[in-house]
Design a protein around this ligand. Sequence first.
Ligand code: AHR
Length: 495
Amino acid sequence: MKPTQIRLHPAFALGKVDPRIFGGFLEHLGRAVYQGVYDPDSRHADEQGFRTDVLEVLRELRMTTMRYPGGNFASGYHWLDGVGPKDQRPTVLELAWQSIEPNTFGTDEYITLCRKMNWDPMITVNLGVGTPEEARNWVEYCNRPPGTHYADRRAANGHSEPFHVRLWCLGNEMDGQWQLGHVPAEEYALRAWQAAQMMKAVSPEIELVVCGSCGTSLPTYMEWDRIVLESLGDLADYISLHRYVGNPGTDTAEYLAVGASVDRQIEEMDAACRFVQALRRSRKRPWLCFDEWNVWYKNHESNGHGEAAPHLLEEVYNFEDALAVAGFLHSFLRHADVLRIANLAQVVNVIAPVLTRGDDLLVQSIFHPFKMFATRRDGVALKPVVEGPQYESRSSGPVACVDASAVLAPERLHLFATNRSLDTAAEIAVDLADAEIAAVERGELLVHADPKAANTFDTPNEVKPVDFREVRLINGHAQFELPPLSLAALTLGLK
Ligand code: AHR
């Protein structure tokens, strides 16, 4: 393969990387909450019932914003069921996932968990079968000082200090026919507008995420977004995007071209925002919030058959899935100018980097790229220019064999590169204008000969990164060889 040149220039700065693009998503779905983060019967449970082993590995991901309680679940959830003395909370039949919801984990437990984990709360209100007023009441419960009904209920439940929840999502995937309470765009926009007015009146400092198109293939794609953005106007601080990808066949090269289609999805939503901003002649534009993204295609078991904590969507991830996850993260960094929040869906057991089995725990392949990027996020994202071999993908036309992104911090450069070639190593040269690359501070390489290799409870270390420092520093430039099908994350010292 001909060499690949990655050219970077500090003047081509996209903007500071918003740490919130390294968020997660915790839904009342399957074993994500119960038997995932919360499991009072586990030998790993702390005095409040949280699973310390799960929390300990999740801490390594340095997640920021944690979206909750759904997802589809949110559209049928009545938050009052989940507060107050646990023995008085109702057990309910949950329709999004046909499961039993015991409500022993609710708003107060979620906030306690966020505080433990240093996560910023991000709550999705029920605009499916719930009312705008119910959403308004939830904001009061979370954010107002004692002295009014719902704030007093929070205080009575042991939390006199407000929770100060800043981010609120106005419903979930309301454009999808599967959503409880799904309605056409105009009707959703009206509900969301009513809710937004009241929520911001209760707590003016909150920021709102409106439901954007949840997939590019829906018939209402972009038209939904135009209507919603026009109707919500300046009440919309962010608009949501969702994306799940997979490789049901065996075409790994096509699968790994996914980053290009994520680029396009982000750019199309950005265009919708700018278009409506221009139509409205407004100074304000909504930013993008990719509040569900991941690989998901192998396990579609979504019916809980009336059980509590059923095994649902327990996807087992392999090595190529980890590279696909890196594809999303490259794309997010390349759009740091408009993308402000993103939430990996999800965090434990349900399409997640971590799986539990009884008291055991498994770290899945997709954990690693997330950690490799998330621990190198402090700085300014640069727009990389990649010159080198390309291949033809069916979905996105020609794509570079080497997918890349970069973050510039004071005195160091974080570089991420995926070699998407199945059989050929990539010789890579990196230069950063106006700076000398002088040292390799740390580096990791995620590589495996078999794209389908996966970690299992018997072989938990099959897919995991190794230290990688084989970088040649020549005249202030860095050169290294990237094996076929691999991801490198490098932190390079600058002079
Ligand atoms: O993350 C799983 C589900 O995927 C979410 O509940 C829903 O919003 C999406 O369709």
